[in-house]
Write a protein that binds this ligand. Sequence first.
Ligand code: TYM
Length: 333
Amino acid sequence: MEQKKRVFSGVRANARPHIGNYLGAMKGMLELQDKYDCIFSVVDLHTVIVPYDPQTLQAQIREVVLDFLGAGLDPHKCHLLVQSQLAGEHLELAYYLGCIYPVSRIEDLPTYKEKKATYPDYINIGLFYYPVLMAADILIYNAELVPIGIDNEPHLEVAREMARKFNAMYGTKLVEPQRYATPGGSVPSLSGEGKMSKSKGGTIILTDSLAEIKTVLAKAPTDSGHGEKFPAEGPAANLMTFVELFEGHDRAMQYKEQYKNGGIRYGELKAELAEAIYKELRPVQERRKHYEEHPEEVEDILKEGADYARGIADKTLKEVRGKMGLSKHETTN
Ligand code: TYM
């Protein structure tokens, strides 16, 4: 029987996943779980790279697991994992990958530069190791597809380069992963600044009520609502991205026409958009509730996920150690 393609993706636990994470990554996970052999993880080892609160970390991890399950990740179709359940395995491969990869390539990554600018007093080796550990997360499972947002593409390129170089040096068969893209690969912030991000305002999280969604949207910047040409960027373009994603292309085209003829009434647009976002989130919240009320089910799901993942990770590590000459008893041909 042909082996199903393997898929891996991860979400950090620094803050509650927002609709950017949902559209850019989780929607892809949902699509792929029906077809492929999927492992999806809360990446808590990536969470401790920036300042965080150890007292609340376990609760934050649990919230992301609940969001995964609420979003519709189905434990009968995919495996759910908390990365630190396999800390030894992921970190060991990360170390080996780090041994063959140039420091200068990591220093050049835009994401590394951004994080350095966000946390100028916290530029640690862990931060530097972020993309190396991410590559290990993926390569340890030989994942071919990775559902992630556009912002993570440079990290995937690092993972591919690492796989290529490692294979060339040691004769391993690490798989070069590709990004699985969704329409919401780059969701803008609702505060008008750049992309929606866990470290900035202007986010909607998966458990927000209709009233909370309305409040965030009410604060979203707008323009005059009319002009000769619909702007390609700025507040109107940002809001239209959300209309496209939650209400569809046709509705967005109608608004764009309205902009040129008579003008858009943003109060009405925002009220309608809030309803559309809530319509998508309500079933997520209902499913989530079941798992909130059954923590023992969640424990079992994570245990199964870790056991499954360990079987694959151990096999990869055994081969890698052998090829690297690190264990004479594990040499494979
Ligand atoms: P995190 O938690 O920061 O982001 C989780 C996922 O959400 C996507 N994303 C977005 N997509 C669209 N629009 C946005 N505004 C937006 N903001 C975030 C991210 O691209 C990501 O897919 N590096 C990962 C965590 C990670 C990982 C991995 C992912 C660690 N190891 C291995 C895949 C495979 C991250 O950015 O997490």
